[in-house]
Design a protein around this ligand. Structure first.
Ligand SMILES: *Cc1c(COP(=O)(O)O)cnc(C)c1O
Length: 373
């Protein structure tokens, strides 16, 4: 009796770097210049072009991008930044590191901050709005930037998951100060890395100076700074991927669209939405279990894993739901029922570009069997 060949489990992400990356990294290694240099400049130029902005500043990681963007605003204790509670902890960590207070808007069907909820939090202490373009879907930027303009607030976008995404034909990261991550599992990666994008030359200068010890020209220090530079070795990994950005995004969108077809009519969960005018880059393909199934999420995920499909849960709790933050003076514990429900009921299915049609069909059939079966 022959056994079925066992199939490798399908993971929620895969790091994909090719020959171009190897070649360029080797070139850097042999050049003798491996810290910040020409490769970083080339990657910055690609980002400025892709995001459609005047300036892109590469930094050591996405958290540094968020922190330096906020730091450029010279926030003071008591100043408030409105953001999403349903995000990666880096969003909150960056705000807390500036000394400002984080306030939390509730989310909509797109899993992003709801403009009405943002507007309701604006007060005399508010300085900035920081939407997160979660899973690669841009937030409702026309409405949010309207609120920002009407109240003279700065827009800082956590676009860590959204390189290549746009809203109303305008790239994410160009509506305000854009903050990208190039972490290993992001749509474009340098292992660790980040980029700040802006049309404001003053902000770009300030971030360049802050990332480099507060130094404006050689040994001319003008402010307290940090070492948050990217290296040429990292940039060399990112450059070929930025050249392939359109293909990377198209592959993710094609996989998402195939999942949508295979999962049509799914009863136990809601499929991701792509609201009108939003170009979703599907960093994640996230479904939301209905209220009767959500309490069984752990079992549902375990059953999928048993069948060879490994989903992710982004994120199992709100960023404010950790014991060490309880009563934190820089956190507004705002009421966010929809975000709370999402944290209890989302599941992200594998959608990365390394999956072929057969794998995508398998992801969908396993999800359907486990959720509806
Ligand atoms: C990845 C990520 C970050 C942080 O980026 P790092 O490069 O890991 O520091 C911030 N916000 C969101 C939403 C992210 O997904």
């Amino acid at each position: 009796m022959t056994e079925e060949p066992s199939q490798a489990p399908i993971a929620v992400s895969r790091v994909m770097v090719g020959e171009q990356e190897e070649k360029l990294v080797l070139e850097v290694l042999r050049s003798g210049q491996i810290a910040q240099g020409r490769m970083v400049e080339a990657l910055e130029a690609q980002f400025a072009e892709a995001v459609g902005v005047g300036h892109a500043v590469a930094v050591s990681n996405g958290t540094a991008a968020l922190f330096l963007a906020l730091e450029s605003l010279s926030l003071e204790p008591g100043d408030e930044v409105i953001t999403s509670p349903f995000t990666f902890m880096a969003t909150l960590n960056a705000i807390l590191a500036t000394g400002a207070t984080a306030r939390f808007a509730d989310i909509g069907d797109d899993f992003n901050v709801d403009p009405d909820s943002v507007a309701a939090l604006v007060n005399s202490r508010t300085r900035a709005i920081m939407p997160v373009h979660l899973y690669g879907c841009g937030a409702d930027m026309p409405a949010i930037s309207h609120i920002a303009a009407a109240n003279e607030l700065v827009l800082v976008e956590d676009a860590a998951q959204a390189i290549g995404a746009s809203v109303a034909d305008r790239p994410c990261g160009s509506w305000g100060i854009g903050c990208f991550s190039l972490y290993a599992t992001k749509n474009v990666t340098t292992g660790e890395g980040g980029v700040v994008t802006t049309n404001d030359a003053t902000v770009a200068d300030r971030v360049r100076i802050s990332r480099n010890q507060g130094m404006k020209a050689r040994y001319e220090y003008v402010m307290a700074g940090f070492n948050m530079r990217m290296t040429d070795l990292q940039a060399a990994i990112g450059i070929p991927q930025m050249e392939r950005l359109a293909d990377i995004t198209a592959a993710r969108r094609a996989n998402a669209s195939a999942l949508g077809e295979h999962l049509a009519g799914l009863r136990g969960a809601r499929l991701p939405v792509e609201p009108d005018g939003r170009h979703h880059v599907f960093h994640q393909y996230t479904i939301q279990l209905d209220e009767s199934r959500a309490p069984r999420r752990d079992e549902i995920v375990a059953a999928m894993v048993e069948r060879g499909v490994r989903p992710g849960i982004y994120y199992p709790k709100l960023v404010t739901d950790y014991d060490y933050l309880s009563g934190h003076p820089q956190i507004g514990f705002d009421d966010v029922p929809r975000a709370r429900r999402a944290a209890q009921s989302v599941i992200s299915l594998p959608v990365h570009p390394g999956l072929d049609e057969t794998s995508i069909a398998r992801v969908a059939s396993v999800a359907r069997e486990v959720i509806d079966g």
